[in-house]
Write a protein that binds this ligand. Structure first.
Ligand code: C2E
Ligand code: MG
Ligand code: MG
Length: 596
């Protein structure tokens, strides 16, 4: 304690005790603040000392005295030593004067201490709460500040990428929310930067942001800067209301006026990707990515315009890397399946064969055609697994057709890549599948493109010869797209020439086929027959094509005129529905069966 009550003079009156009390609370080292001046303190303590003495002469002094202790605390004399020093002064004074009997004095000092402590505790709690509230308020202030900085772009003041993703994710998560997106990118912004300097570039971005904000003033529309010269707008689409494409046009119109920056008038257009609705994307990020891609379509189409997302185009342009990475799991999970496209005789349109065409039912992208992934599988080394799967599936299906329609089962034609044939284990695998399913070898046909044949020589070519000797039919696919000549073809173990789609396309209608084209076709067919090949035309879409090809001696045909590719079950239905006519294994009408 930094203060001592000392010896107490008996004759001291109230003023003296107030003086000593004041000194006790204000003198020496202390841990409490004195909330008032020395005079005010003395006045207060004189009053309290007087009331203390007066209370002693009432029948029940404790309540009154407790109130005096409380008053001291309420007057902000708070700190760990205030009570001790006060009790010491009061005890010494009234003990020495004998004005209050000693047992009553003890009782009263206790009541004084109680009153003080209770009020002090209440004050302490209130003070702690006040400090906490103040601290929270300060922290919140720093946070509202940091939050604003974290969610807004410094230059334009627009919401930034992270704020936008939050809003888009929330909209995406709400299944009832219908919305679109506009992804806006300034055209040739780099040139503005390079020509006029970065300060002008920045000023342009600020003005562009202002124009965008002025275009998107409807409720719920949100403009954000994604970075650089890229902006994005979230467009809630109310039923029959404002659509994203309309907003894109409004933005293009707004950009038609030249800008005015530091006396320069740069003309800047924008390219916009429009996503009209959430389409079938599975996340907000994916949706945004697709809108960005769509913006690049607008750039590619000449800039200063908008392009609307098209799922089919999106699918085509998906990065090869993603598909490549997903391929092993797709093979393991059975996402690949086969459709079969009938091949019919041109003489009487009988289905004599089917071509197995692989498809990938991608969980996000829907059904992908082989153009999306076969050459990818060739590049990434998965073609062996893919080919094995196709061959096994096709041969097992062939087995079922043989079991149910022994006289009518179509030849099953399977596409094979050069890379597969080059694999030393391939020959054994094919032989194994044939033996395993027990299908007649000549009901299996293998198609290699002209290009694939050109890459096949030496041991792989021997493998094809071996299979041909076994009875397996070998076809050259897409013939006419490469550079092979018929003399070279005679070296190959071939049974069938499949004329490529572009060849057949030239015969689409009577008005636009050139006599030269017809002559070339006629020669190929004639020479093929001379070499004992069967000729199949691909991509036959019109009756005129079918008739002309029949006139030219073409044997069989495949194409939308007859059948689209279909699931195995539908081929089974075709087999079931057709009239019981004798099975036809020779596909070339009126000609001898092809021999080697
Ligand atoms: P391809 O062997 O020339 O197969 C014919 C393609 O033409 C098929 O396309 C078929 O759907 C399409 N087509 C059929 N009729 C018509 C028509 O009338 N008009 C038009 N415009 N097109 C028609 P798809 O299924 O997309 O197959 C493309 C290519 O993918 C195939 O061409 C083949 O080279 C390759 N392919 C398909 N399945 C496999 C496979 O299992 N393994 C390998 N290695 N390649 C395959
Ligand atoms: Mg083919
Ligand atoms: Mg083909």
């Amino acid at each position: 304690m930094g203060w001592d009550a000392g010896p107490w003079p008996v004759s001291d009156g109230l003023h003296a005790v107030a003086g000593r009390w004041t000194a006790a609370l204000t003198a020496g080292t202390r841990d409490h603040a004195v909330p008032m001046s020395a005079d005010q303190t003395r006045l207060l303590l004189t009053e309290l000392a007087g009331a203390f003495e007066a209370a002693a002469h009432t029948p029940e002094p404790t309540d009154r005295v407790a109130e005096l202790g409380a008053e001291l605390a309420r007057s902000h004399f708070v700190g760990s030593e205030v009570l001790g020093r006060s009790i010491a002064v009061l005890g010494a004074h009234f003990g020495a004067t004998g004005a209050i009997p000693s047992d009553r004095l003890t009782e009263m000092l206790g009541a004084f201490a109680n009153g003080y402590v209770q009020t002090f505790r209440g004050w302490l709690l209130a003070e702690q709460a006040r400090l906490r509230a103040a601290e929270i308020a300060v922290r919140r202030g720093v946070e509202q500040q940091l939050n604003y900085r974290a969610h807004h772009d410094q230059l334009t003041g627009l919401p930034n990428r992270s704020r936008f993703i939050d809003a888009l994710s929330a909209a995406f998560a709400d299944a009832t929310a219908d919305f679109g997106l506009c992804y806006v990118d300034l055209d040739h912004f780099k040139i503005v930067n390079d020509t006029y300097g970065h300060a002008t570039g920045d000023a342009l971005l600020v003005q562009a942001a202002a124009r965008l904000s002025a275009c998107a003033t409807r409720p719920g529309q949100l403009v954000a800067r994604m970075g650089g010269d890229e902006f994005v707008i979230l467009v809630p689409q109310h039923s029959g209301g404002f659509a994203a494409a309309e907003l894109a046009q409004t933005v293009l119109d707004a950009f038609a006026r030249p800008f005015d920056i530091h006396g320069q008038q740069p003309s800047v257009t924008a390219s916009i990707g429009v996503m009209a609705g959430r389409t079938d994307h599975s996340s907000a990020e994916e949706l945004l990515q697709a809108t960005d891609t769509t913006m690049h379509w607008a750039k590619a189409a000449g800039r200063g315009r908008y392009a609307v997302f098209d799922a089919e185009r999106g699918r085509r342009e998906l990065t090869r890397t993603e598909l490549s990475a997903a391929m092993p799991a797709a093979l393991a999970r059975g996402e690949l399946f086969l459709d079969y496209q009938p091949i019919v005789t041109l003489a009487d349109q009988r289905m004599v064969a089917v071509e197995a065409l692989v498809r990938w039912r991608h969980p996000d992208l829907g059904v992908l055609t082989p153009a999306h992934f076969v050459d990818l599988a060739e590049d990434n080394g998965h073609i062996g697994a893919l080919g094995a799967l196709v061959l096994e599936r096709a041969c097992h299906t062939s087995r079922e057709w043989h079991d149910r329609y022994p006289d009518d089962a179509p030849t099953v034609s399977v596409n094979v890549s050069a890379a597969e044939v080059a694999d030393p284990t391939w020959l054994d695998r094919v032989r194994h599948v044939i033996a395993d399913t027990g299908i007649p070898p000549d009901s299996l046909q293998l198609e290699l493109t002209e290009r694939a044949f050109m890459q096949t020589s030496g041991r792989p070519l021997e493998a094809l010869h071996t299979l041909a000797a076994l009875g397996v039919r070998i076809a050259i696919d897409d013939f006419g797209t490469g550079y092979s000549n018929l003399a070279y073809l005679s070296q190959l173990p071939l049974d069938v020439i499949k004329l490529a789609g572009p060849f057949i396309h030239r015969l689409r209608n009577p008005d636009d086929n050139s006599p030269a084209d017809v002559l070339v076709l006629e020669s190929i067919i004639e020479l093929s027959h001379a070499l004992d090949f069967t000729v199949t035309a691909e991509c036959v879409e019109t009756r005129y094509q079918a008739d002309r090809l029949h006139d030219l001696g073409c044997d069989t045909a495949q194409g939308w005129l007859f059948h689209r590719p279909m699931p195995a079950d539908r081929v089974t239905d075709l087999l079931a529905s057709r009239s019981p006519t004798p099975p036809q294994h020779t596909v070339r009408s009126g000609a001898t069966p092809p021999s080697r």
